[in-house]
Ligand binder design. Structure first.
Ligand SMILES: C[S@@+](CC[C@H](N)C(=O)[O-])C[C@H]1O[C@@H](n2cnc3c(N)ncnc32)[C@H](O)[C@@H]1O
Length: 153
């Protein structure tokens, strides 16, 4: 199985990118992992049109054979141990997995409609680049849980 994180926006803030890279490297010890940063729709920023454009950008990168997991605060919440079991299910399912994070306006209805699963990191609204960091840390944690390694306490 391969995990791909498709995320709107390049992280130029310097706030999260080093930590995302660190957890991405750790994650790659357990699974093929790729972060794909996709361009924000700058032209119509803050309008439904921007969200739709970003949605089309995301969907164009999804392979039809991939399981699509969208990150959305209204999705299903898990504990870290439950998320580890969900990841185990993905591994057993054998399909590659695309995890989709929207831009600052969220995900277009077309993206939500394509989702096989909707995953919430909490009910809080996180900045999209922060959501990226929380997700990669939790995925790394999930693999350490599955391996019985001491990271998760
Ligand atoms: C700033 S949020 C968008 C908020 C937007 N008002 C909405 O209703 O979706 C940007 C993106 O970060 C991700 N995100 C933010 N908070 C999240 C959470 N608690 N759980 C999962 N994903 C989250 C989602 O992919 C979301 O599309």
């Amino acid at each position: 199985m391969k995990l791909r994180l498709l995320a709107i926006g390049k992280d130029r803030s310097g706030l999260y990118a080093p930590a995302v890279a660190e957890y991405g490297t750790r994650l790659a010890r357990y699974v093929k992992f790729e972060l794909v940063e996709l361009p924000e729709a700058k032209k119509h920023a803050g309008t439904p049109r921007a969200k739709d454009e970003e949605g089309a950008t995301l969907l164009a990168k999804v392979d039809p054979r991939e399981r699509v997991v969208v990150l959305d605060e209204r999705g299903k919440e898990y504990t870290s141990v439950e998320l580890a079991r969900r990841v185990e299910g993905w591994l057993q399912g054998g399909r590659d997995v695309a995890l989709l994070i929207g831009g600052s306006d969220g995900l277009a209805p077309e993206v939500l409609a394509r989702a096989d699963e909707k995953l919430a990191l909490s009910r809080l609204t996180l900045a999209h680049r922060l959501a990226r960091l929380v997700l990669v840390e939790q995925l790394y944690r999930a693999f350490t849980i599955l391996r019985g390694e001491p990271y998760h306490k």
